[in-house]
Ligand binder design. Sequence first.
Ligand code: FAD
Ligand code: NAI
Length: 465
Amino acid sequence: MADYDLIIIGGGPGGYNGAIRAGQLGLKVACVEMRETLGGTCLNVGCIPSKSLLHASEMFDLANKDFAGLGIEVTPKLNLPTMMKQKTDSVGQLTKGIEFLFKKNKVDWLKGAGRLAGPGKVEVIAADGSKAILEAKSIIIASGSRPSPLPGVAVDQQRIVDSTGALALPEVPGSMIVIGAGVIGLELGSVWRRLGAKVTVVEFLDRITPGLDQETAKTLQRSLTRQGMAFKLSAKVTGATARPDGVDLTVEPVAGGASETLSADYVLLAIGRQPVTDHLGLETVGIVPDKRGFIETDHFATSAPGVYAVGDVTHGLMLAHKAEDEAVACVEIITGRAGHVNYDVIPNVIYTFPEVACVGKTEEELKAEGVAYKVGKFAFTANSRAKVNHEAEGFVKVLADAATDRILGVHMIGPDVSEMIGEYCVAMEFSAASEDVARTCHPHPTRSEALRQAAMGVEGWTMQS
Ligand code: FAD
Ligand code: NAI
């Protein structure tokens, strides 16, 4: 008799959602997690603490710069320890919440490091060194990811930090250099810029946020530049020297040319993340990760019978909701159900100000695929709610198939668009045409009307101004 129907290695969004779903479906399930708290990268050092600081720093920035225009005169004073404490408190409540859900759904949390120990076996090594081998009918690997290193730039979490260090700086830097104009660099760079740091972002490519719709990326870069963030594109960091009070970085143009030295109080290294597949005992079941360390899967199944993998450790977007959906679908498949993830409808959000939210294909992708498409676009300057809120930056862009009108992609930039992209996700799940959204009544005055107006724009009958 196996000890468990299912053991999941990793307690992040992939692991904990999979474990809870398994509990709901009546499986005897355990989740192995070596951190002191559940929730993985996302809850402990990712999505949640970063959004906490983004919210708090945005409030500070608004109070500093924008309240006066509304007739509210204040002089805000930053209390960084309190800002950090409310972040830590929120994280603590949410990680405890997962513990509660484990108990409610009869999931055993096996505290320690898990590794495969041959077919159907997982070894759990506790913090005190004690070991136990448990048998399971199925195993899901959800070991997640960690920051990618950059040779010559040694993260010490003092002056040269990764995202985890940047979420807990002891002071507002006078200056900060961010290496990598991706999601982490722009979000955490925004936090510290709003709190007073002079932020410079050094990016290898000639654009920010690779993969994002070009027009949206350019609009975001313009906006962040206006806010005071500086960008150094097409630039390569070749080395970093940390001093007690700062860092010297050597940077050279990607195209070649003279290198220069940039100095700052802190450096944030954010050039991507890599899968965690070492020390997992993959060799004991014959799984060989690919060149970049990812575990290859087919409908979540690895090459080893009974062993599955989900989330950041597998290919695709490194997003919490992608990990969650994969884990739930994987457990449903294990229990003989029709688990499914629609990879065409996974939203992607950047929580800067303005926010970026998108789902589906970009214009560049459609062009590369030779798909004929129509564009409907609506600017928030023409949206009454955005206007009265003094938040009229950005637009909504809908891309629809030229022949069938089916929505293929949606790209938004503007305040709170993260809360609005879900409407288009539902529409796309139901294979909606842009006309379906265009003919759906939306409340007035709301920013959500811009979503409808953009859809109306596909057939050229946008009305609102
Ligand atoms: P993880 O969350 O990384 O969880 C894996 C867990 O497995 C970890 O807790 C680890 O300790 C554990 N583990 C690993 N190996 C073992 C082992 N051998 N034994 C026991 N335990 C093990 N995504 C979003 O969708 N929205 C956001 O706003 C967002 N913001 C982010 C901000 C930051 C700063 C960062 C770094 C990431 C952010 N992400 C965001 C990405 C998101 O955190 C990840 O995509 C998500 O956490 C992946 O979930 P996962 O379960 O695959 O892995
Ligand atoms: P990223 O892949 O988003 O961006 C990394 C950037 O660094 C890219 O622009 C890349 O061109 C650049 N780069 C790579 N090597 C470089 C070098 N040597 N010098 C200069 N620039 C270099 O990775 P990031 O920002 O580290 O985020 C990792 C993952 O975490 C992302 O895949 C993202 O999905 C996830 N995440 C999601 C968030 C969200 O959903 N809001 C928030 C934060 C992270």
